[in-house]
Design a protein around this ligand. Structure first.
Ligand code: HEM
Length: 375
């Protein structure tokens, strides 16, 4: 069956083997909305997510008895099955702090986790406000783009009057493995991406680096934090760099994905290795700078997607990586991203969108998403 269970200790869509397609959506609560609106919305989204992830039509379906009403399901996913659809929900910081100093519209100010600090601004950030942040996010992943889009479209429809779509992103070709059974896919630079990721069978590493534990508030335990970064890639410039240069930048070989100090994809990189007195893996290569050894052991679970949003008048593709990572503390992402300041890859990329959300733990039967936050 192509159903990924919606219920569980953790939300699906994190360690779930990465599906091929993404529709990511950020929502803003409607001005003047309050705690009850938020609770009702989360309840309605939970009910809908249960049906959608099982490949079922919503409510009274595509053809309700009363033909004078709009159908409760928009219909474009009819006959498509569940397609491994996962819906992963996150809560933005503004829900807790309000957007001005005096307000606490959802009565959540006292529940803000200590770790839930906004991301700092990083060197080379060129963030567009209209593509950053949001009160709520939904990561929809599926085998088929129509299934992911259908889910976001219907969840946006259900939100009307309480929250509205703020920005969204379609993605294709997962750029990460999250399970050792999956072959490592290539990103738009043509390099294997996800080789050194935290994998679903690394139970200990998941507890240590990805799931919120005792250090976080009770309502968030078993949850995580989702960081999204819309990263533009100047692929036309990249394509003019020599193979040697491309491999030096990444620190791995192009076809095999092996560290330049080794021969096979899963060989451990040896950052001490030298040839003619020079480090084999460049000091400013992406993998050296991002590696746990260079980050006090910090690890993140990457789950990003490629995107191409049209092209510009110079004949260049609007290509990039919609980077998504999960970690038990947003500070872990910041730690790694700060290390990437001297990254040789920076010449070919620009971070143009950003978002951070707390991802509540999984939903149990009969409960609604983030229920413990409101108790
Ligand atoms: C590794 C590409 C952005 C964190 C890699 C690898 C590639 C790659 C090809 C080597 C294979 C692998 O282990 O997955 C890219 C591209 C990016 C990008 C094209 C932007 C367009 C980022 C960002 C972060 C990040 C923003 C986090 C702040 C990592 C980490 C590793 C990695 C932690 C594994 C390092 C290791 O332990 O060996 N990336 N990456 N990457 N990247 Fe990125």
């Amino acid at each position: 069956s192509s159903v990924v269970p919606f219920h569980g200790d953790h939300q699906a869509g994190i360690v779930t083997p990465a599906q091929d397609r993404l529709h990511f959506a950020s929502f803003k609560m409607v001005d003047g909305s309050g705690r009850d609106d938020l609770i009702e919305l989360l309840k309605d989204w939970t009910t809908a997510a249960r049906a959608l992830t099982q490949g079922k039509a919503l409510g009274s379906g595509v053809e309700p008895d009363n033909a004078l009403l709009p159908p409760e399901d928009t219909g474009e996913a009819e006959g498509l099955q569940a397609g491994h659809l996962t819906l992963t929900f996150g809560l933005g910081r503004d829900l807790f702090t309000g957007t001005d100093d005096d307000g606490d519209p959802y009565g959540l100010r006292a529940r803000l986790p200590e770790q839930f600090q906004p991301l700092p601004s990083f060197a080379f950030d060129l963030l567009e406000e209209a593509r950053s942040g949001g009160d709520l996010c939904i990561q929809a992943c599926a085998d088929d783009p129509q299934i992911a889009v259908h889910a976001i479209r219907n969840l946006a429809r259900i939100a009307v009057g309480r929250a509205h779509l703020f920005w969204s992103q379609l993605g294709f070709g997962r750029t990460s493995s999250t399970s050792p059974e999956q072959a490592t896919p290539g990103n738009l630079f043509g390099f294997k991406d996800g080789t050194a990721n935290v994998m679903s069978d690394e139970t200990e590493a998941l507890d240590q680096h990805i799931w919120v534990g005792e250090e976080g508030p009770e309502w968030l335990r078993g949850g995580s934090y989702l960081v999204a970064r819309r990263i533009m890639m100047t692929i036309e410039t990249w394509d003019r760099a020599s193979l040697d240069e491309q491999e030096r930048i990444v620190g791995r070989s192009k076809l095999e994905g092996a560290p330049l100090s080794g021969a096979r994809e899963f060989d451990e990189p040896d950052f001490q290795a030298e040839s003619d007195g020079e480090p084999v893996i460049d000091l400013a290569s992406h993998v050296r700078l991002a590696h746990p050894e260079n980050n006090d052991g910090a690890r993140i679970l990457r789950r990003g997607y490629n995107y191409v949003d049209g092209s510009n008048t110079l004949g260049q593709m609007g290509a990039g990586l919609f980077f998504i990572s999960f970690q038990k503390d947003p500070g872990i992402f910041s730690r790694v991203q700060r290390s990437l300041k001297p990254d040789l890859m920076n010449e070919y990329i620009r971070h143009i969108g950003s978002g951070l959300w707390a991802v509540p733990p999984g939903v149990r039967s009969g409960e609604f998403l983030a229920q413990a936050l409101f108790e």
